[in-house]
Ligand binder design. Structure first.
Ligand SMILES: C[S@@+](CC[C@H](N)C(=O)[O-])C[C@H]1O[C@@H](n2cnc3c(N)ncnc32)[C@H](O)[C@@H]1O
Length: 244
């Protein structure tokens, strides 16, 4: 099994939760950025535990959440049932998920794109293009490659989180264009949990070519979900593309 099939489980909220922003707020911003029509159909690719899919459904959109991890989907289903929210949850690999001409928008949030080799990452984009209706929109919320690959050195930091102490280490491989991250949580009882992942981080130009080859065009690039400008120092690279 590869890393993305093993680390996304019930430990996720402890390991990644402290890095997340308020999803209700993010959903409000996403809706604003995409100007989605009422009742639009949206697929959240790599939906995890439904942080965005659930509030989107509550706003009246028809939402499909796709994830490879049954454990993440179980958390999503349980929360949706508790909150009486309807989302279609699909356990599938994003490299295989195909529903041609079905969605008005496809979301990929909190760095859920770039886990594979280039060829397979492109396959994900080709599937997205096929799954979108004509004029449909893709939103990719990614780590800003320029910040990692060009500027900043590898980094490490430790901070207190509700479940203990979290140590993050990120190493950039500038030749492969990948970031390797390690999250280690030490709980107060001394138990440590560790996750490692590696993700391809593309420049704006590389993404533009890949998105073009898949049959879409970049419409805007922002430095955050707020819609702020994309600068070399921006934390995120939020790419909005349209299917022609
Ligand atoms: C960093 S998490 C983000 C989850 C969610 N978007 C969020 O913001 O909370 C990435 C998600 O992608 C899922 N994932 C990883 N590889 C996948 C694949 N090949 N196909 C579909 N989902 C995948 C993981 O299980 C995980 O839930």
């Amino acid at each position: 099994m590869t890393w993305y099939e093993t680390i996304f489980d019930e430990r996720y909220p402890e390991l990644f939760g402290p890095l997340e922003h308020d999803p209700e707020d993010e959903v409000a911003r996403i809706v604003g950025l995409l100007s989605l029509p009422a009742g639009a159909s949206i697929v959240d690719l790599g939906c995890g535990r439904g942080r965005h899919a659930i509030p989107l459904s509550r706003r009246g959109y028809r939402v499909t959440g796709v994830d490879i991890s049954e454990k993440m989907l179980r958390m999503a289903r349980e929360r949706a049932a508790r909150e009486n929210v309807s989302v279609e949850w699909v356990r599938e690999d994003m490299r295989e998920f195909l529903r041609p001409e079905t969605f008005d928008a496809c979301l990929s949030l909190f760095t859920s794109f770039g886990y594979f080799a280039d060829e397979e990452n492109e396959k994900v984009l080709r599937n997205v293009a096929r799954n979108l209706k004509k004029g449909g929109t893709l939103l990719l919320d990614l780590r800003n490659a320029q910040k990692g690959l060009a500027g900043e050195e590898d980094h490490e930091m430790t901070f207190a989180v509700p479940a203990g102490r979290l140590r993050l280490r990120v190493r950039f491989d500038r030749v492969a264009g990948r970031a390797y991250a390690e999250h280690e949580l030490t709980r107060p009882d001394g138990i440590r949990i560790l996750s490692r992942f590696d993700v391809r981080i593309y420049s704006e130009d590389q993404l533009s070519e890949m998105i073009g080859r898949a049959g879409m065009r970049i419409h805007a690039v922002h430095g955050s979900l707020d819609g702020g400008p994309f600068t070399p120092g921006a934390e995120r690279m939020v790419v909005i593309a349209r299917k022609g």
